[in-house]
Structure formats: structure tokens, C-alpha cells
Design a protein around this ligand. Sequence first.
Ligand code: EPZ
Length: 423
Amino acid sequence: MALDIFKITGPVRLDGTVTISGSKNAALPIIASAILAPGKTILNGVPNLSDIEVMCRLVESLGCKTEAVGGKIVIDSTVIDKPFGDYEIVRKMRAGVCVLGPLLARCGKAEVSMPGGCAIGYRPVDIHLRGLQELGAKIELKNGYIVASANGGLKGANIFLGGPFGSSVLATANILMAAVLAKGKTVIESAACEPEITDLANCLVKMGAKISGIGSPQLTIHGVKDLNPVEHTVIPDRIEAGTFLTAAVITKGKLKLKNCRLEHLMAVVDKLRTMNIAVEENADGCEVSSNGHIRATDITTLPYPGFPTDLQAQFMACLCMAKGNSVVTEKIFPDRFMHVAELSRMAANLRKEGPHVIVSGVEKLIAAPVMASDLRASAALVVAALAAHGETIVNRVYHIDRGYERIEKKLNAVGAKIERQSV
Ligand code: EPZ
């Protein structure tokens, strides 16, 4: 793994147009869904990211063949002869666990490593396992692996998928993918409503699945005997778009975002307007501009359509330079605050109290060497560095590369000064 660093010189003012890539979090479960439809599934608009490569390696290890050209990925799932998700792959990326549902549906058995630890806090998989058990799967945990079988096939059921922090995105994906080939009717209550789940459901419907209630917390699935491979284009990445919105805000800049669907960012746009930022929709995206005065506001993360946890860190970076005090509350991952200590190193005024951070706006941020910890925390450091005075060094850039396609190239094209160096 290359241990690249970013050298970021600030402050800059961003101005120009950025094209948003396809959604990582939509593409990951959709790659897994190809397991359900023997043959060649073609996915367009897939971002070129290390997490996508890991997912392709995982489905290859099951027997699939994959081919990636530009933003297109072809997954040939004619043969699945090893329903085994190796620890060495799954530990690198939690989304790997969502091959479990499709493998059980297609092969009647699956053995998938429990995902590894994670910088954003403890992330159990109990909801995934409970849902699969409701569909009739027998599940055991053995040497760090989830060993699942459904000898007589999966059977439809009424399943409640809520957890202590609301719905679960990947558990909904996993159970949905298992239920589409189960015998009879499944009703998922408290299903995640994130646009990435809607995209997966739409792709499954194209394959021949019978799903109603798509986009709502109640999904009804009538199992079918088999599914056919299809061609599908993944939705634009709302989190990448949201990150560029914060880059415009913190640099008092103006950006046009192409391939951005503002209807997936309602809570975010609402917050931006409260913060005194203008956001206008246009034909293929939106335009954001700041007059230089960021108003403080409180942010609480919630499941969709609430404010996304994946933009909490980037918004906190902006609030560091707002006029007044803000309270940021994390209700999805209460420990997702790795960026707080690093932003403080850049002269932000932050105080953490349990799942809350009190942000007192400062006049200016000052460059410092900082450490990227997880994907979105790292993005927040890049955003902060655009406005910070001096040269910020962001270490461990590989975290950012997991979820942002050429972030430094996209930012440099609109006025940033970011240099990638291999150390
Ligand atoms: C997805 O993770 C995303 N990952 C995350 O994006 C995102 O932060 C998260 O949803 C919330 O929106 C992908 O789509 C690949 P959850 P997921 O299950 O599905 C608890 C990024 O930066 N929970 O919806 O794993 C859990 O601990 C990433 O791109 C259980 O208790 O998240 C959390 O508190 C990071 N038991 C809450 O539910 C379970 O079995 C929501 O998590 C599962 C989850």
C-alpha cells in the first residue's frame, strides 16, 4: 500500500465545475447482487476506488470473473463455486459482508468472515444475521467466520430490521438480496431508505425481482425462481457531492456540480441555507456559492432522509469557521469523531461531550501536519486544509482513496493547491 501524503497550501478560493462520480456505497452492494443473476452483469458509472477493487476481488474469489474498463465493470457470475468470503479480503472492507445474503440465496450456503474493526466505532452485524435467520437460515459463528446454511432454501417472512440506531443500510441490502430468491412473500419493516438501497432495489427489479415499497421503510418482496443479468448505471455519489459543497463553503467559493442529484441531499441543502449559503438546482446538478459569512448551526445525523453521518465531519470543518457556536450530534455512530483532535491541531475550537461536539467558530484555521483516520474524517481534513493558512500535510491518504476518485485532481482543477507525494 502506497503511503501517500497530501501537501495542501491554503487558503484558496474555489471556483469552477466539478463532475461527481458514481456512488461507491451504491456500487458495492450492487456488485454483490450480480451473484444472484448467473451471467454477465454490466455496471456503468462505477467509481475507480480501492474499495471497489476489494469488492471485485471478493466476488472473484467466489468464482466470478470481473473486468473493469473506465467506469464500466462487467461481472460474470456464471460460476460461483466457492461461497467463502475470506478474512483477508472482508477485514479490509465491511461491505464485504453483503455477499452473505446473495450467496445463501444462490448456493444455499455461505461462509463469510466477520468484518474487522473499524475506525468509526464498533459496528456489529447482528441485524444482518437476525434477518437471515428469519428467512430460515441456520447461522453459526466459527473461528471468526459466519457459517450460514439454508438446506431447504430460504423462506419469506415478516422481518423487523431496526436496531439501536435506527435502520441498517447494509443489513437491508443483505436481507433484500436474500429475499428476492426466497420462497413466498417477505416484508421488511424499518428498512433503510437511503438512495443507495433504492438503487440496489431498482437494479434487482430490472433483474426480474418483485419488490414494492422501494424508497420507503416497508419493502414487500415476492420471491422469484431466478434472476437475469442486466446493465445498470449507478446513481451519483451524494456524499462526494456533499463533500465538494463543503469545500466551496469553507473557501468562500463558488462551484457547479455536474452529475449531482439534489433530491438526495435535501437535509444537507436545508442546513447549507441555514448556514447562509446559496444552493441552486440546475439542469444536470447544482451551483453553490458563499458570500463569505458562514452562520453557525446545529447538526444531528440521522438515517435518510435525515442529515447523513457520512457528511458530519466535513460540515464540522466548515462550522469551525462559522460565526457563533454550533452543536454537532452523532446519532448513527456515536464514536465517529476521529477528526476532532486533528481539526483542533489546525486551531479549531472544539469540545467533545459524549456524542456531541461543541464547535466555537474561529476567525482562521492554521495549517498543521494531520493524520487521516477514516474516509470521511480524512475528507474533512482536506476540506479544512483548503481554508487553513500555510501548508497542511495530510498523512495516510489511502483512507481518502477508498472513497474519493482523484480528489486532489478534481479540487486542483477548481483552484486548490494539493500535491500528492509518495513517502
Ligand atoms: C453504511 O454502513 C455505509 N457503508 C456507511 O458509509 C454509512 O456511514 C452507514 O451506512 C450509515 O449511513 C456502505 O454503504 C458501504 P448501518 P452500514 O448498518 O450499513 C448499527 C462511508 O464513509 N448496526 O446503517 O454498515 C451500526 O453500528 C461509510 O462511506 C447494528 O447495531 O451502517 C450503526 O450504529 C462508513 N447492528 C447503525 O446501526 C447491525 O447489524 C447504522 O449502521 C448493523 C448496524
